[in-house]
Design a binder for this molecule. Structure first.
Ligand code: GLU
Length: 310
């Protein structure tokens, strides 16, 4: 095993896809990476369907994701959960934030915030307009968390020391949106704690969100998991593979070939004649040979052209 030493404490990892479409090469990298790391540490690997954003959901995507994971032999432990069925946990967390004085209602529309930025129309740090109460005659649309000055940081197993000043770089952030939906930042923190997740392995595109998540863990007095952010898969133009960039559906590809490509992407060793192995055999081999220190610390890596079509 790798030089990346983890304490022998219990390990519980997870894969948490949003059902916004079928799995593509990039999402499979996160699934396989989190699975291999969990199994290589004799850990559990849970599955959580992050379906709290109905406007972005695609009908049938959850079933498609489940079938694809299954077909690769990526077996999750226990019963998977749906975020859409967990609003009581999120509401309890909102109450807790309210009681501690960190939650406030915000009347600002996106437009108003953009217009108040030094460079008109740019997205940026929320200026704190509603922090001390909303103006008479206006109604709260969203709920925000007050951010104290200071640095919030983590030591990522792959990306190293990361630190952010939330007050300077993000500002008070939304935990319940104007459409009443719970924001990803809050849901993910509440669920990881409630499911007792100890280790998170996911794409580096979420690293930027991690200080916000750690800040919420601190406010809610929740334990902080250990993080590992993997490079994201990009196309030849450097764009992250996604539905928008025409990433192809992974279940349309030959399984062993895909797994070989995922392991190559993560710079893992391969057995002799890997193409002769079945996907589940290759996965078992990869668990036994998982080496975090071989994964490039780069933020992105180019995927094979077969995975993003034209
Ligand atoms: N649901 C998120 C996504 O599909 C991942 C959340 C996470 O791993 O924290 O991008």
């Amino acid at each position: 095993m790798s030089a990346d030493k983890l304490s022998p404490a219990p390990y519980r990892g997870r894969f948490a896809p949003s059902p916004t479409g079928p799995l593509h090469f990039g999402s499979l990298v996160a699934a396989v990476g989190s699975y291999l790391d969990a199994r290589a540490h004799q850990g559990e690997w849970l599955l959580r369907i992050e379906d709290i954003d109905p406007p972005r959901e695609v009908a049938g995507a959850t079933d498609d994701i489940l079938r694809t994971l299954d077909s690769f032999g990526l077996e999750w432990d226990g019963q998977f959960v749906y975020q859409s069925q967990r609003s009581e946990y999120y509401n309890t967390a909102l109450d807790q934030l309210r009681q501690s004085g960190y939650l406030y209602g915000c009347a600002c529309s996106r437009r108003e915030i953009a217009d108040s930025m030094p460079t008109r129309g740019t997205a940026g740090v929320y200026p704190g307009t509603c922090r001390n109460g909303i103006l008479p005659g206006r109604t709260a649309r969203s709920l925000r968390v007050r951010v104290d000055p200071g640095k919030t940081g983590l030591k990522d197993r792959l990306q190293g020391d990361i630190s952010q000043s939330l007050s300077e770089d993000v500002g008070d952030f939304i935990v319940r949106r104007a459409d009443n939906l719970i924001a990803y930042q809050l849901a993910v923190v509440v669920d990881d704690a409630e499911q007792e997740i100890t280790h998170i392995v996911r794409g580096v595109d979420l690293l930027e969100s991690t200080p916000r998540q750690i800040y919420l863990q601190q406010l809610l007095e929740l334990p902080m998991p250990v993080y590992l952010h993997l490079p994201v898969a990009v196309n030849s133009r450097g764009e992250k593979l996604s539905k928008q960039t025409h990433a192809s559906r992974i279940s349309d590809h030959h399984k062993t070939t895909v797994l070989i490509d995922v392991l190559r992407f993560l710079r893992q060793d391969l057995p002799d004649s890997p193409g002769d192995a079945r996907a589940d055999e290759l996965l078992a081999w990869a668990v036994a040979h998982w080496a975090v220190d071989k994964i490039p610390t780069r933020r992105s890596l180019t995927a094979a052209p077969a995975y993003y079509g034209a």
